[in-house]
Design a protein around this ligand. Structure first.
Ligand SMILES: [Zn+2]
Length: 126
């Protein structure tokens, strides 16, 4: 069984060019790990608490006994900014929708701002 790959480990793979993402402005950027193309997988968003479900593209990344399934949006953002996304932040897909992982369609928001953005009616209740 492989161990889960941490965000820190992913960042190290990015900084050492083990992970390379091309076509960053394309709706479906291309991922290479150690020079090998990794195909995105379309699946349901995980977690029972998610209200706005729907499909997202993810990559399954394997490296030296470690494995991680990560939303393409999150890895694209990490790759471009070369840093880890703080725990209380989320990567939001802008006007072009949840299946468009172009860097131009992604924005980092705090969890609270993200909830407010998607559920303005909940935010107004007090
Ligand atoms: Zn969002």
């Amino acid at each position: 069984m492989s161990r889960r790959m941490s965000d820190e480990y992913l960042l190290w793979l990015i900084l050492t060019n083990t992970i390379v993402i091309r076509k960053l402005w394309h709706p479906k950027p291309d991922l290479y790990v150690n020079g090998r193309f990794v195909k995105p997988i379309l699946n349901e968003q995980g977690g029972k608490k998610r209200i706005f479900g729907g499909k997202r593209y993810r990559w399954k990344i394997q490296h030296e006994g470690r494995c991680r399934r990560i939303m393409c949006s999150k890895l694209v953002w990490m790759y471009v900014h070369q840093c880890i996304i703080p725990d209380d932040c989320r990567i939001h897909h802008e006007s072009k929708g949840h299946l468009n992982d172009s860097i131009g369609n992604l924005d980092m928001m705090t969890y609270e701002d993200h909830q407010r953005h998607h559920y303005p009616s909940l935010a107004n209740k007090d």
